[in-house]
Design a protein around this ligand. Structure first.
Ligand code: AMP
Ligand code: ZN
Length: 112
């Protein structure tokens, strides 16, 4: 989708600080980090949010979680949080599915 910020990041039209890339997903550092380590992992296929995940595209989500586990190991993250906001009230500002990976500081529960 040409009007989607994250699709434009995937295409390289908008620069980003890449963590990892393969044929299914792209990982890059968040421009406004909320923890000492904060990167996003997104599917290359445009999916609006978790609300649009179905059996037809769920393999990409499973793959993304395997990538997150591998990257966390490679980056030496002993403890981290994976977050996906769905919809405006939950704080979703970019409507392309993404998983935040946050680490490197104490975190509170419940989230704000
Ligand atoms: P959310 O608010 O859950 O939809 O998350 C969107 C995230 O994208 C926010 O944490 C933003 O800081 C981040 N973001 C927005 N624009 C960029 C960009 N150009 N490069 C990297 N991260 C971005
Ligand atoms: Zn998109």
């Amino acid at each position: 989708m040409s009007d989607c910020l994250f699709c434009r990041i995937i295409s390289g039209e908008i620069p980003s600080k890449k963590v990892y890339e393969d044929e299914v997903c792209y990982a890059f550092y968040d421009i406004d980090p909320q923890a000492p380590v904060h990167f996003l992992v997104i599917p290359k296929e445009h999916i609006q949010s978790v609300s649009q995940v179905s059996e037809a595209n769920a393999a990409a989500v499973g793959h993304i979680f395997a990538v997150i586990a591998r990257l966390a190991g490679e980056l030496g993250l002993e403890s981290y949080r994976v977050v996906s906001n769905i919809g405006d009230q939950a704080g979703q500002s970019v409507h392309h599915l993404h998983f935040h990976v946050l680490s490197g500081r104490d975190m509170t529960w419940p989230p704000g």
